[in-house]
Design a protein around this ligand. Structure first.
Ligand code: ZN
Length: 196
């Protein structure tokens, strides 16, 4: 990630939004971009819907929507699809609330089960109801920096189905690694649910 992107990500996490492309100059308006408050990706500053508690800029949410559309359509909802959902939610934790706390915890447990326990994504999906039923025991985890991690853009840019899956797995694993300081807590939650 470039230095300027790192700066943008830092400012985004500090709650500031700024333009990296100066507007009107000699009569030409450049497209304004803002850093996504979740993943830090520089995205077009568009006026569009985003999720209620997943902390994503509309421009990033739109890219995610295109990735999901490809997975549901052309790729026919493959098993690794859940990694896309887990990675996106875990990389866009939003701010502390009951729903965001439970969402982030559930998605991190899923990433742990795939990348550390070696469970297939489809097996993890079957375990999710048991995980969610214990959600009141989860607590808010202070999100890490995602500087240097892959983003949904790396999946959106994939040129083939194979590339798409490879990029999704690589992105999800990098998001899991970024949460390193909370791995023990997540392992504890997963263990508490006797999921193996
Ligand atoms: Zn984002």
């Amino acid at each position: 990630m470039r230095e300027t992107d790192q700066d943008q990500a830092r400012l985004a996490r500090a709650g500031r939004v700024f333009s990296c492309a100066s507007a009107v100059s000699s009569g030409v308006t450049e497209k304004r971009t803002i850093p996504c408050p979740g993943c830090g990706l520089a995205v077009p500053d568009i006026d569009a819907p985003t999720h209620a508690y997943i902390g994503a800029a509309p421009g990033c949410w739109e890219i995610y929507g295109r990735v999901l559309a490809r997975e549901y359509g052309e790729l026919r909802n493959p098993p690794f699809h859940r990694l896309t959902v887990d990675a996106y939610a875990a990389q866009h934790p939003g701010t502390e609330s009951r729903r965001s706390t439970q969402s982030v915890a559930g998605h991190l447990i899923a990433l742990h089960l795939v990348f550390e326990q070696g469970l297939a994504p489809e097996v993890v999906t079957k375990l999710m109801p048991a995980i969610v039923s214990k959600a009141e025991s989860f607590r808010w985890l202070m999100p890490p920096s995602f500087v240097g991690t892959f983003t949904v853009e790396s999946v959106a840019n994939a040129k083939s189905a194979e590339d798409h899956e490879r990029a999704a797995r690589r992105w999800a694993e990098s998001v899991w690694r970024a949460w390193g300081e909370h791995h023990e807590t997540v392992r504890g939650w997963a263990g508490a649910h006797t999921l193996r």
